[in-house]
Design a protein around this ligand. Structure first.
Ligand SMILES: [Zn+2]
Length: 278
């Protein structure tokens, strides 16, 4: 039999008697440990030599095992059963190796800058991150304001320089952003305008958004009418002030009503303010 054949036979035998072997090892643990230790003591040099010459092999094997399903499972099981021990160990390690850890972190941050930045950005956009941020901002309002103030006071020149630089390197972006903000602002103003007009015209329509004369209810054709007919004078007095703003600011004074353009026209003709056609 060749050497290889013997090795293979041995392996097969071990595999076939796996259970017995395991039972035997378990039952004779203490004795085996003593024998093994003695053997190790007398063959130390050989072990050391083997480790030295097979360093890469062993590292590769270890890595393969760690990444294999079996290795991963074993690791997870170990972590589960040794949780407290590991926690204590890490805690102690962090306290006794502060300097090394700081150095390592610094180096890691330096060499993984892009990756970290990308990951941070990705995390920042997750709903979870937003939730955490909102929660923090709400519970630390004063602290944050104070920090901002202190920072802007102690970094005045730096901030000025940064702003200047930023506005020069981001010209187009800034123009776009300002334009967008302006449009958003405009849209909001228009919306507010519509809301105010609806509110006021409903009030002077006696609770309905409609003409008090004929009931016409298309807001585009509705406007405020001075019941006493002194509209032109009032409008002159207001100058540039919008009548709806004036009404809101003066707590909805009496003497106004909601009319449609038709009824307003008819009213003016009746009052001989204008010469009516027909
Ligand atoms: Zn009408």
């Amino acid at each position: 039999m060749t050497k290889e054949e013997i090795a293979r036979k041995n392996k097969e035998y071990r595999y076939a008697h796996k259970r017995e072997r395991s039972e035997y090892l378990q039952a004779n643990k203490a004795e085996i440990a003593i024998v093994a230790h003695r053997y190790y003591q007398t063959h130390k040099a050989q072990y050391t030599e083997y480790r030295r010459t097979h360093k890469e092999d062993r590292a590769r094997q270890n890595k393969e095992y760690r990444q294999s399903p079996k290795g991963k499972e074993a690791r997870a099981a170990y972590i589960q059963t040794h949780k407290e021990e590991l926690d204590n160990y890490y805690k102690e390690y962090r306290q006794t190796h502060k300097k090394e850890i700081a150095k390592y972190d610094k180096e890691y941050n330096r060499t993984h800058r892009e990756e970290l930045r990308r990951k941070g950005k990705e995390y920042y956009q997750t709903p979870k991150a937003l939730e955490v941020r909102t929660e923090y901002n709400q519970t630390h309002k004063e602290e944050i304001a104070k920090r901002h103030k202190t920072y802007s006071e102690t970094h005045k020149e730096e901030l000025q320089r940064y702003r200047k630089e930023y506005s020069q390197t981001h010209k187009e972006e800034l123009i776009k952003r300002r334009r967008f903000q302006y449009l958003k602002h405009k849209e909001r103003l228009q919306l507010e305008r519509v809301v105010l007009r609806r509110k006021i015209l409903t009030h002077y329509g006696n609770g309905k958004l409609a003409c008090v004369e004929c009931g016409f209810d298309d807001i585009r054709a509705l406007s405020l009418d001075h019941i006493g007919g002194n509209g032109a004078t009032h409008r002159r007095e207001l100058g540039g002030t919008d009548i709806y703003d004036w009404v809101e600011a003066n707590n909805y004074p009496k003497g106004l009503q909601t009319l449609c353009m038709n009824c307003q026209w008819v009213k003016r003709v009746t009052n001989k303010e204008v010469v009516g056609g027909g």
